[in-house]
Each structure stands twice: as structure tokens, then as C-alpha cells.
Design a protein around this ligand. Structure first.
Ligand SMILES: Cc1cc2nc3c(=O)[nH]c(=O)nc-3n(C[C@H](O)[C@H](O)[C@H](O)COP(=O)(O)O)c2cc1C
Length: 179
């Protein structure tokens, strides 16, 4: 059983600074497994059987990604379409029900700053509002939604800010495991 499964999705991980640092900090924690979807599925085709098994074996789930056009990157949406549809729509009793109540944490990096995510800013809405589809998905699946971990200003962040975010992320994951 994996204590904390982090599903990492970043279409251009080689160029990542923020998600790379967050993932490294997470992977160093005991009981944390990071599954990098882009590395596992470079052709974009999710192995549904394998991913259902991976999710069933996790005590808690983290979805980690850079915000792209106010949403997850496409491969994480493909994961939802394949894995969640199979577990919670096709096989709700034999699969979905087995992970009812398990926590799910969204860990997202955003290029823009918090002030852009306001009624008078470029992005109009607070980022947590834009993540509501994921919260609704968690609710629909009976998973316990956690307040998202958000790192704003990630695109132009200094190395120090990224290191601080990675430390905060590790702390959040430790807290989630202890709860
Ligand atoms: C296609 C694309 C769309 C993006 N859309 C958003 C967006 O909607 N809001 C935002 O704040 N940043 C957006 N960004 C910026 C990324 O979120 C940002 O570069 C990333 O979080 C930095 O993390 P990294 O160092 O791991 O790549 C976008 C980037 C790309 C490539």
C-alpha cells in the first residue's frame, strides 16, 4: 500500500523548475510515491488497468501540475477520463467504493501572481474557484477534498522562492499524512 500517491503531470518537465523542486521534495518523504504520468505515458495513452490498481493501492492522492489555461494539463484530464470513469461510473461498487473517503489534495503551480486571480485582475477569479471542477469531481467520487496547495508566480520565481515552496509542500504532505 502506498501511503501518499502523487500523480505528477507536466507536459514539459525537462523545462520545469517549480514542479521539479516540489516533486523532489515530496519524493524524499517516507511513504510518498511520485508517478509522473508524462514519463509513464509519452504517447499519451493511459494504461487504465495499471492506473486503477495504483489508485486503489493509495491511502491518499495528490494531483500535482502546473495550471494551464485554468485547468490541468491534458494528460491529467485523460487520466480522469480513463481512471475515474472506470472506477466511479462503470465499477462504482467493486472499485470506486473501495477508496471512499480517502483524501485528495491538489498541488498546483501558477505562472501568475495572486493579484491576477481577482475580480479586477487578468484572470478574473480566484484560483480556488477555477479549480472547482476538480473539487466537484472529488465530491462526485466520494473523496475527501483538501484545501489546495497553490504556488503562485511560479514561472518567474526566484530559486529561493521555489525552495521555500518545496519546503512548504513537504510540510503540507507531512501534515496530510499525520491527519
Ligand atoms: C500552455 C500553458 C498554459 C498556461 N496557463 C496558465 C494559466 O492559466 N494561469 C497561470 O497562472 N499560468 C499559466 N501558465 C504558466 C504555468 O502555470 C507556469 O509556467 C508553471 O506553473 C511553472 O511551473 P514549472 O516551473 O514547473 O513549469 C501556462 C503555461 C503554459 C505552457
Amino acid at each position: 500500500m502506498t501511503d501518499t500517491l502523487i500523480l505528477l503531470c507536466h507536459p514539459d518537465f525537462a523545462a520545469s523548475r517549480a514542479n521539479k523542486a516540489l516533486a523532489e521534495a515530496a519524493a524524499a518523504l517516507p511513504g510518498v510515491a511520485v508517478a509522473h504520468l508524462d514519463a509513464l505515458y509519452p504517447a499519451g495513452r493511459i494504461d487504465t488497468e495499471a492506473e486503477v490498481a495504483r489508485l486503489l493501492a493509495a491511502r491518499r492522492l495528490v494531483l500535482q501540475f502546473p495550471v494551464q489555461w485554468y485547468a490541468t494539463p491534458p494528460l491529467l484530464k485523460a487520466w480522469q477520463d480513463a481512471v475515474l470513469t472506470r472506477m466511479f461510473y462503470i465499477n462504482p461498487q467493486t472499485e470506486g467504493a473501495r477508496i471512499a473517503g480517502r483524501p485528495v489534495l491538489v498541488a498546483a503551480t501558477a505562472g501568475n501572481r495572486p493579484e491576477a486571480y481577482t475580480a479586477t485582475g487578468a484572470n478574473l477569479f480566484p484560483l480556488p474557484e477555477l479549480l472547482r471542477p476538480l473539487q466537484a469531481t472529488a465530491h462526485r467520487c466520494g473523496l475527501a477534498w483538501q484545501e489546495p496547495f497553490l504556488f503562485f508566480g511560479a514561472r518567474a520565481a526566484t530559486s529561493e522562492a521555489i525552495a521555500a515552496a518545496a519546503t512548504a509542500y513537504a510540510g503540507r504532505l507531512r501534515g496530510l499524512a499525520a491527519a
